[in-house]
Structure formats: structure tokens, C-alpha cells
Design a protein around this ligand. Structure first.
Ligand SMILES: Nc1ncnc2c1ncn2[C@@H]1O[C@H](COP(=O)(O)OP(=O)(O)O)[C@@H](O)[C@H]1O
Ligand SMILES: [Mg+2]
Length: 319
């Protein structure tokens, strides 16, 4: 798969007005009858950044993207894409979108599907051939351009959808769970494509429940749960702390409960992970475990991962 960064010039698109956020929302809300899809989303995605929108299933990620794209009408609240009000056609011409539930015309070839998207965009006909060739190369489907989509695996169809989202070099690309059908190689390829987009100044809005995926490519993250943002910031801001894994035997549940003052514990039997513990407190923790009759075999401090932080945030939220 060709790297986008190499095939396109590494300058921001001339359309992207400097300083205008790629996405901005204020109290954007969507209810479906009694179900809350999104409960007042307020956030800003700076232009040119890779933004991770993270949350468990049903949190409201797809609803947010559909509202931003104008595919759903907000119940209340406001939003802007590339400085224009939601639904603005001029802004919509400058964005790309890979839906979560994609399905392409099985009877068309890959190149024909892309031509259809060029037509719908619409892109000038003289550019179609080059556009289609470039995106097929980017998503690794050049050899399959003439094959019917009906003969494609789910993963190949997802690559095709990603290609469609990249046609016309958009300033902002929405990817809703873009690797759901892909194997580890495909996931790696998508991360490379996202990095290539970022390198040429395209903002990426990445919906995902896959923490490692987000951790590896995003500059900034918002964590959403039950339709509300429960944390947002740069990856550094979000992952300030240390996590400490302790392997110890001889601790009863009541003993473990006494360790709660050391923060959230991910309890996996003999292996306890303290998801946000200052390394300075490790000796104190070990002394306490020993005083409770525990036998300590291993203490391993490490940087907090997005998964540690995510579990901690969701648990705080439940309280
Ligand atoms: N068209 C719809 N009608 C009714 N409820 C919906 C609809 N779309 C989404 N929801 C509900 O809104 C909530 C958020 O869904 P969604 O945005 O798809 O979550 P996510 O993408 O984070 O998994 C869920 O409770 C879901 O059932
Ligand atoms: Mg979704």
C-alpha cells in the first residue's frame, strides 16, 4: 500500500483556513424518543489533527458523526464543520466519510463504485481517472480495480469505502470504526493512511472503540459514555499517570478492598493493576500488602495506557 504522504505534497489544503477548527459543537443533542443518542456534546477539533472519538458500544459516537454530517437533525444544540453551519453544502463538499455500516453496489467494479462517488461529490470529470488510481493505490486495491465488489471480502469492501472517503483530497475525513472488518495488517495499513492524511494537513475524525488503535494515531481524544463526553484532551493530558501491576498471593477479597485508597484496581486474581498510581506510593503499597499477609512476587510500574485510563473513567462515571 502506497503511503499518502509520499504521493501528495505535504502542505495543508488551500481551502483550510488557518485557525478555523475542523469541527466545533456546542451542546449538540440528539434523542430518539426516550433514548438519548447524544446528551449535549461540546468540543472542538483543531484543523489538521487526528481526533479520536472513543467510547463503548452505544455511547453515541455514530450519532455524533451523523449529526455532524447532516444525516441526522439535532434535537438541540449547534455545530460547525470547517467554520460552516452543520448541513452547509460547501463544507460537505470538502469532507470524506466512511460509514460504520458500509455496503457498496455488488454488481459494480471497484473502479465503478469510486467513479460513482466522484460523480456524487461532484468532482470534475477530467480528474476522475487520476483520483481513482490514487485512492486505489492508497488503500491497496490497485490490482482489483476491475473486479466486481460482490467478489470482495468484507475487509476489501471496507478498504474500498475508505478509498471513497479519500476522493478529492478532502480537508476533513470522518472514519466510523474504519478497521472493524480488517485483519492486523489491514489495521496497520489504515493507521499508515491516517498518518499520511495528517501529514498533508487533512483532519481526521476517528470513531473507535479500539483503544490501541486510537492510542497509536490520535493527537487528541474525547471519551464519550452514555451520550456525554467524560474526558477530553491531548493524549499526554489524558495519560499523565503511571499504572502499577502487582503480582501477589494470599490476599482475600476483604484485603483487596482495603487497598482501594491506592486508586482504581483492575483485579485479575493474583494480578492486581492499579490504573493510576503515583510511582512514589509504590513502597507504601507493597508495605500494606505485606502487612495484610500478602506475598509479593512482582511489582511493575509502567506508563498508563489508554485502556487503564478508559476503564478508570468509565468506573468513575458509574459512581
Ligand atoms: N435511529 C435510531 N433510533 C433509535 N435509537 C438510536 C438510533 N440510532 C442510535 N440510537 C441509540 O442511540 C445510542 C447511541 O448509539 P450510537 O451512536 O450508534 O453508539 P456508538 O456508535 O457509540 O456505538 C444507543 O443507545 C442507540 O441504541
Ligand atoms: Mg457506532
Amino acid at each position: 500500500m502506497a503511503e499518502l504522504a509520499e504521493t501528495t505534497t505535504a502542505v495543508a489544503s488551500p481551502h483550510a483556513a488557518a485557525g478555523t477548527p475542523a469541527v466545533k459543537t456546542v451542546e449538540l443533542t440528539k434523542t430518539f424518543g426516550r433514548t438519548v443518542g447524544l446528551a449535549g456534546l461540546t468540543m472542538t477539533v483543531p484543523s489538521g489533527e487526528v481526533f479520536g472519538f472513543l467510547g463503548p458500544n452505544g455511547a453515541g459516537k455514530t450519532t455524533a458523526v451523523k449529526l455532524l454530517l447532516g444525516l441526522l437533525k439535532p434535537t438541540s444544540g449547534q455545530g460547525w464543520l470547517l467554520g460552516r453551519r452543520l448541513g452547509d453544502l460547501g463544507a460537505r463538499r470538502r469532507i470524506g466519510y466512511l460509514p460504520e455500516l458500509f455496503r457498496y453496489q455488488a454488481w459494480l467494479t471497484a473502479a465503478e463504485v469510486l467513479a460513482l462517488h466522484c460523480q456524487l461529490a461532484p468532482l470534475p470529470r477530467s480528474s476522475w481517472k487520476d483520483e481513482i488510481r490514487t485512492v486505489l493505490e492508497t488503500v491497496g486495491l490497485s490490482q482489483r480495480a476491475g473486479d466486481r465488489v460482490g467478489t470482495f471480502s468484507k475487509g476489501m469492501q471496507q478498504r474500498l469505502g475508505l478509498g471513497a472517503a479519500l476522493l478529492g483530497e478532502p480537508d476533513l475525513v470522518f472514519l466510523d470504526e474504519p478497521t472493524s472488518a480488517l485483519d492486523p495488517v489491514g489495521r496497520h495499513d489504515v493507521r499508515e493512511i491516517i498518518r499520511g492524511l495528517a501529514a498533508r494537513g487533512t483532519a481526521v475524525f476517528l470513531n473507535s472503540h479500539l483503544l490501541s488503535e486510537v492510542e497509536q494515531v490520535c493527537d487528541r481524544v474525547a471519551v464519550v459514555d452514555h451520550g456525554r463526553v467524560i474526558a477530553q484532551g491531548t493524549m499526554d493530558e489524558l495519560l499523565g499517570g503511571t499504572a502499577v501491576r502487582v503480582r501477589a498471593t494470599g490476599l482475600a477479597q476483604a484485603d483487596k478492598n482495603k487497598l482501594a485508597s491506592f486508586g482504581r484496581i483492575d483485579d485479575e486474581g493474583d494480578q492486581l493493576t492499579f490504573t493510576s498510581l503515583d510511582a512514589e506510593r509504590v513502597p507504601e503499597l507493597v508495605a500494606m500488602i505485606v502487612s495484610l499477609g500478602g506475598r509479593v512476587y512482582e511489582v511493575a510500574p509502567r506508563h498508563q495506557t489508554l485502556e487503564d485510563r478508559f476503564l478508570q473513567l468509565l468506573e468513575d462515571e458509574e459512581r
